[in-house]
Ligand binder design. Structure first.
Ligand code: FAD
Length: 384
């Protein structure tokens, strides 16, 4: 046995789980196929929900990201081309912000700093797993060089998960035929910790508040339009951006190059197989319309950590079928709901058919008049 738990995939989900389990005293090994290098800016930020931040604080990561993370206190959702909008204020549900916006690469660096301080967590880079077999009390992995074994393997290896495929777990999903363009701007007026999401026929356009009077842009368009935008010079791209942001942030300046991400949905039919658990995008990859993709992964991590720690403290097997069953039962329903909700939002809001447009605008107006419903959505976004 080489570790209590072996995690395959060393990005956000794998490293966050390693920090949680490592903090709880388990012996953890992370296998990442990429080479060891400093994480680089990729245009994207994460909107970490209040609940995700609570879990990260418990794992000793929270204080490492807080100085780079901007609290998000207000959210405006608007239907482009109409006066219909909805405002959400975090003060209506308590003192905490909805969440924090942090750059992907800074989050990754903070996770690595935490893991460096945990002597019971090891990360092996440039490691490719060739086969995975379950044999009685252990799962065995064959690598390009050597073999490893542990009572539990966690697949945190993203949408194209080797673990999911090796275990023969089917997944359903589709391509949204939308591409998200992600970049960062600075602006002359303060954002006052507010985010704005405009729904337009090509997909949502969001500005998310960052530290140092900057905002993160997630601009979704049909693939052909996105491709054309990506080919524009910085000056022309900025002009197009100005027309989308409008003037609430004053004069804007593009301070990163744009990056593009094709958008798909994928949901695994099961989250477990003998001595294997799937977490994060390996189990469910969703549209970023509600900024919840990784927050769902953090939900998996919270439940899995709780189940494993409770069992191992009693000296029992962390890969026992009862743990896997409880994990799947506790996560499948919540994740399934979020998959359905985000998919429904994409279909409802990326739609210019007149009756749908009318129903949507009417719905936004009606919701403004229903504070309890608004509070329900706010709590869902915060993960509480
Ligand atoms: C434009 C955009 C904006 C987003 N914004 C938000 C947001 O605001 N909030 C939010 O919560 N989520 C957001 N998301 C979603 C979020 O980025 C993902 O949910 C998250 O990054 C998934 O992390 P992961 O670690 O599960 O998977 P991945 O990031 O895919 O990582 C998988 C890792 O496994 C490794 N790997 C793969 N196969 C193997 C193998 N066989 N052996 C070893 N290693 C392997 C890979 O190299 C990689 O490091 C956004 C997504 C997009 C596209």
């Amino acid at each position: 046995m080489d570790a209590d738990v072996i995690i395959i995939g060393g990005n956000h989900s794998g490293l966050s789980l390693a920090a949680c389990l490592g903090t709880a005293g388990l012996d953890v090994l992370v296998l990442e196929r990429g080479a060891k290098k400093q994480a680089r800016f990729d245009g994207r930020t994460l909107a970490l929900s209040f609940r995700s931040m609570q879990l990260l604080r418990g794992a000793g990561v929270g204080h490492l990201i807080e100085k780079d993370a901007c609290p998000m206190r207000d959210i405006r959702v608007a239907d482009q081309g109409s006066t219909a909008y909805l405002d959400f204020h975090s003060r209506d549900v308590g003192d905490e912000p909805f969440g924090w916006i942090v750059e992907n690469h800074l989050f990754h660096q903070a996770l690595n700093r935490r893991l460096d301080a945990l002597k019971n967590v090891r990360v092996m880079h440039s490691t490719v797993v060739k086969t995975m077999e379950c044999d009685g009390p252990l799962a065995h992995l064959t690598l390009s060089k050597g073999r490893l074994a542990a009572p539990l393997i966690v697949g945190a290896d993203g949408r194209n998960s080797f673990c999911r495929k090796a275990a023969g777990i089917p997944a359903y999903g589709w391509n949204y035929r939308q591409t998200a363009i992600a970049c960062v701007i600075s602006h002359s007026k303060p954002h006052h910790n507010g985010a704005v999401e405009h729904f337009q026929p090509g997909g949502p356009f969001a500005t998310l508040p960052m530290t140092k009077q900057r905002s993160s842009i997630i601009w979704t368009e049909k693939p052909a339009v996105a491709e054309a935008l990506m080919e524009m010079s910085a000056a022309v791209f900025t002009q197009k951006l100005e027309s989308k942001v409008e003037d609430w942030l004053g004069t804007i300046k593009l301070i990163s190059r744009p990056f593009s991400y094709p958008l798909t949905l994928q949901h695994a039919k099961h989250y477990t197989a003998p001595r294997l658990v799937l977490i994060g995008d390996a189990a469910h990859g969703i549209h970023p319309i509600a900024g919840q993709g990784f927050n769902l992964g953090m939900g998996d991590i919270g439940v899995l950590t709780e189940e494993i720690v409770r069992t191992t403290r009693l000296g029992l097997d962390p890969g026992h079928p009862d743990i896997l069953k409880r994990y799947e039962k506790r996560r499948k329903f919540d994740n399934g709901n979020m998959v359905l909700m985000t998919d429904g939002l994409v279909r409802l809001f990326s739609n210019a058919i007149p009756p749908v447009e009318f129903a949507r605008r009417f719905g936004l107006g009606a919701m403004q008049q229903m504070p309890p419903l608004g509070r329900f959505f706010m709590r869902t976004a915060m993960g509480i």
